[in-house]
Structures are given as structure tokens and as C-alpha cells.
Design a protein around this ligand. Sequence first.
Ligand SMILES: Cc1cc2nc3c(=O)[nH]c(=O)nc-3n(C[C@H](O)[C@H](O)[C@H](O)COP(=O)(O)OP(=O)(O)OC[C@H]3O[C@@H](n4cnc5c(N)ncnc54)[C@H](O)[C@@H]3O)c2cc1C
Length: 378
Amino acid sequence: MRTNEFDVIIIGGGIIGTATGYYLSKRRKRVLLLEKKYLGSGSTGRCIGGIRAQFSTETTIKVAMKSVDLFRSMENEFGFSVDWHPSGYLFLAYSEEKKQSFLDIIQLQNNLGLDVRFLTAQDIKSKFNYINTDGVLGGTFCPTDGQADPFYVLKGYMKGINNAGNVIKTHSEVVGIDNHVSDLFEVTTKSGEKFYAPQVLNSAGPNSKSVGEFAGINLPVEPERHESLITEGIEFREIPMIVDYRPDGCYFIQRKTGQIIGCYTPEKRVPGNDVGSTFEFLTEMPRRLIRLIPSLESLAILRQWAGSYTVTPDGNPIVDKTEIPGYYVSTAMCGHGFMLGPALGKLMADYMIDDEWPYDMSEFAYNRNFQKAAEALG
Ligand SMILES: Cc1cc2nc3c(=O)[nH]c(=O)nc-3n(C[C@H](O)[C@H](O)[C@H](O)COP(=O)(O)OP(=O)(O)OC[C@H]3O[C@@H](n4cnc5c(N)ncnc54)[C@H](O)[C@@H]3O)c2cc1C
């Protein structure tokens, strides 16, 4: 094999590209990962580290439960902590419709072995006495959901890829993919370097559409801006990820450092690659946060930023092979890529080698009907 020839070329060094590269490396594949900037420079380094298995469909619940297992074992596997902590996720319902949908989904979650409990407003008040439960009709709590630090997770995958003798090239933007060179893909970077492999994986997150176009692949995905902020630290009270499902709701968690980190989904979506921050978010997010936990009123905000969710019309990722033999995609993780990443990395690595899934993955298929409603707990 030439030095610029590999078994697999991965495009994108976020959670998806690095996790897949890690598991391919474990199965002794020769891997090259090309990253435009630095690892985590895309959405992964901008996420808030929440990890949950409370989803609404069988496939996503299974994938997410596997990811939680993998996060749990990372300290052991990597030899250092990734700040995994099972602080739980608390979903709050403010309408009868949302409450009923929680109750409907719990059955499926419990049948799949996930410990999700329905809590009345009184239960919530007694378990989390700092929450203002005005208007809350109930909620669900999963104590095995949690959080981890995205940068430590990327570091673990990076070391695993390097230790296997594989190659990560940062500041190497892919600008072309030619699939007619002796049964190999020829992948060209901005600096003019060329690399060859029989398999490529497009895990370029917000840029996966344009990276797909290099080879004539049309992905129904687009990035949209999501903002976030982090406060100074306070005593660690193990505040779970609280997800307020009101139209002007928000979601936030207390990190192990004591800081509160959170976001809200803008009522009017902001499509495109803009990752600039707004004054509106800086003033509105604290209002929503303090409405839920009034005792946080005097906290200082340290920093705000924004990043992209890469979204599909049905809100599910695309994790599959394509019509071009050897060209795979793992993208459009919406707001769930960090939590699903470890399991999807392992699933995709095995799929690229064995050509079969361990269970039905049609929900994430490349050629599915994207107009069907999918994930209810987005
Ligand atoms: C504010 C915010 C909060 C979030 N909170 C959470 C959360 O709590 N939990 C959760 O699970 N998810 C969360 N997410 C979503 C999560 O961040 C994403 O789903 C996830 O990071 C996607 O990972 P990825 O590897 O697909 O993409 P990315 O991390 O974006 O990685 C793609 C990489 O590809 C590189 N790239 C692009 N084009 C090229 C090219 N041509 N050549 C080479 N490299 C290229 C980019 O530089 C980038 O590093 C959040 C997102 C945001 C914005």
C-alpha cells in the first residue's frame, strides 16, 4: 500500500468522525481522518455535553442506550476521566398533550430496559425543591442520563486513532472527491495533497451537504444556528438537564464544575452557517432559566457562543451507505450528535466492515421518506 493509500478516509473531526475512526482503528483498519480546522472546531466543540437515552423510537433508544454504556466505560477505556456524570434528564410537560405523549413513550422506553419514571408536579417539587413548578403538569426523569465533556471524549478517540498507528491531519480541508481512480476514491485537500481509499465516510457535520456534492451525493440536510451560554460556578447540586417544553422553554444542566450551561431552540429557526451570538439570546435565556430556578437570579454569565445543528426534514440523522459503492455518510445529528456519537461510531465502523446492522436502522436510512414524522422528543 502506498503511504497516501488507506482502507478508509474520514472527512470531519467531530464526535462522529473521531468515534468512527476509533472503532475502525480497533478493528485494524488503516484510517486517515481529514479535518478542515482542528478536532472539535465544528458543532462538537460548541455543544453542552448532554447525554440521554430518553427518545421516542425503538432504534434511537437502542442507539442512545448503547452510547450511555460507552460513555460510562470511557474512563476505563481511555485511562482518564471524560467528566461523565449521570445527573439525569428531567423533561417537563406544561400541556396535557405533552404529558400524554410522555406517558405513551414511557411504556416503550421501559420495555427496552430504560429506567424512565413519570413524576407528578408534587414529585418534582419534593425531589428538586429548587424548581418553580408553576404550570407543570408532570414530567419524566431518567437517572441514567447524564453529561460528559466533549473535548475529553475527542481526546480519547484521537489518542486511540494515533495509538493504532493511524493518521489524523488537521487543517486539511477536503475540496474534491473523485470516485473513478482505479476503484479507489481520490480525495484532494485544499493544499493539493491527494489520498486514496476504497471507502470514504462523510462526517462533515454542517458541511456534509457540500462534501456530498463533491461526489454527486445529494443530502437533504442543512445547518441551523443554536446559541448557548455558561455561567460562573456554584455549589454542585447535581441539577439534572431540565428540558422545559413550553414554546418559550429552554434546557440547561449544571456541569460538575458547578456552572450552569444551557440553550433554547429559537421560535424562528435560523438556517445557514452563521455561528454569531445575539444580544437577544443573552437577555432571553436568563429570563427562562430564572423562571424555572429563581435562586439562580444573581449568577454571572461568563460566556455565550453559537454553533450548528445539522438537520433533516424528519429530525433524524442519516447513517448509511449511498448509491456510490464505498461512499458512506454519518451526518445530520440535529441536537443529539454528541450523545449518539459513540454508538453511531461503533455501528458505522462495523457496518463499513461487515455490511450489516445489528438491528433495524431504517429510521436513519439514506433513501428513506424524509417527510414522515419521526422523533417526538427532539
Ligand atoms: C449550542 C449547541 C448545543 C448542543 N448540545 C448538545 C448536547 O447537549 N448533546 C448532544 O448530543 N448534542 C448537542 N448538540 C449537537 C451536537 O453538537 C452535534 O450534533 C454534533 O456535535 C455533531 O457532530 P458531527 O461530528 O456530526 O459534526 P461536527 O462536530 O460539526 O464535525 C464535523 C467536522 O467536519 C469538519 N469539516 C467540514 N467540512 C470539511 C471539509 N471539507 N474537509 C475536512 N473537514 C471538514 C468541520 O470542521 C468539523 O470539525 C449541540 C449543538 C449546539 C450547536
